[in-house]
Design a protein around this ligand. Structure first.
Ligand code: GLU
Length: 302
């Protein structure tokens, strides 16, 4: 495994020059686009790392997976999907087009509109500190903290998400005020994780919500099934379809350069690589996953 991972890392590193780091959140533009790290945790207790797997970066959209899981645990599937759709949008993650038109609800919980709606479900029930605790537990990482610089940088430049939030409010989708929903959403995006914390979360999901280390059921099986299905169909922005065909591993990306992947019953994979392709996905991360999927037959339909 270590040998395969080292090889995958080299492949990933070879393409970092083809992308760019995110800059629409000013603080994210400070990332070094040549950094790449990968961590694999498997269902028999193995943990393998290569490259910058312990470097901290903000989780960004991958927090949508954590928040969706928590909302499902709090309210159940019917209530959550009564307000938010389950369909891939085919639009960019921050698109406003369909919502400004006649869509009565967000397309899915992995685009910004859906995730802001999910945050509005959670905010009346749990504080940010409680969400932080849950994230630490699901990622097996007590060192996750709020990256204040990224949080303030996004808050100062988040007009588009604010516009989305007001549209959601106008359509009766929000369960709390715009400011409350937006604050929780952006704080969750600004949590500092590592490739290793994402691999741990991936393994938790691969293992049906049961923590491998002590057998504790942290998430209900139905929650985990729903989350993995949504990751598979909607996790890679408007590149989700092609990724599902070519790689076939349920994955969620974030503009901080993270990728969270779940190989059902077998392993969790976490990747960090802040150089992004045009759709906002880690360019090294996609290359690494393509390689690992082919080498180890990880495609969901292999
Ligand atoms: N906080 C980012 C935003 O709302 C998350 C985007 C992403 O990672 O896709 O724009």
């Amino acid at each position: 495994m270590q040998h395969i991972l080292d090889k995958a890392l080299r492949q990933g590193r070879s393409v970092t020059g083809l992308g760019e780091v995110a800059s629409y959140i000013p603080e994210l533009s400070k990332a070094d686009k040549n950094h790449v790290g990968v961590c694999v945790m498997d269902s028999v207790g193995g943990c393998f790392e290569a490259g910058d797997a312990e470097e901290r970066f903000t989780i960004q959209s991958i927090s949508k997976v954590v928040s969706l899981a928590v909302a499902l645990e709090l309210y159940g599937m019917e209530a959550v999907f009564g307000q938010i759709g389950m369909e891939p949008s085919g639009d960019a993650f921050n698109s406003i087009v369909k919502l400004a038109g006649d869509a009565s609800r967000p397309y899915n919980p992995m685009v910004n509109s859906g995730a802001i709606a999910v945050a509005s479900f959670i905010a009346p029930e749990l504080t940010f500190d409680e969400m932080l605790e849950r994230t630490r537990e699901m990622c097996g990482d007590p060192d996750i903290v709020l990256n204040e610089a990224v949080y303030h940088s996004e808050m100062a430049t988040t007009s588009r998400n604010r516009a989305i939030s007001y549209l959601l409010e106008s359509k009766g989708v929000l369960r709390c005020g715009v400011d409350e929903a937006l604050e929780l959403y952006i704080k969750m995006c600004s949590l500092n994780v590592t490739a290793r914390s994402l691999a741990y979360l991936g393994l938790l999901l691969a293992n049906g919500g049961i923590r491998l280390q002590d057998g504790k059921q942290l998430l209900q099986p139905e929650t985990v099934r729903v989350v993995k299905s949504i990751m598979h169909t909607c996790g890679m922005y408007d590149g989700s379809g092609e990724f599902a065909v070519r790689v076939g591993v349920p994955t969620k990306s974030g503009v901080g350069g993270g990728l969270l992947s779940v190989v059902n019953k077998r392993m969790g994979i976490g990747i960090f690589g802040p150089s992004l392709d045009k759709k906002g996905n880690s360019i090294a991360g996609e290359k690494i996953l393509q390689f690992l999927s082919a080498q180890m037959k990880l495609h969901v339909f292999d």
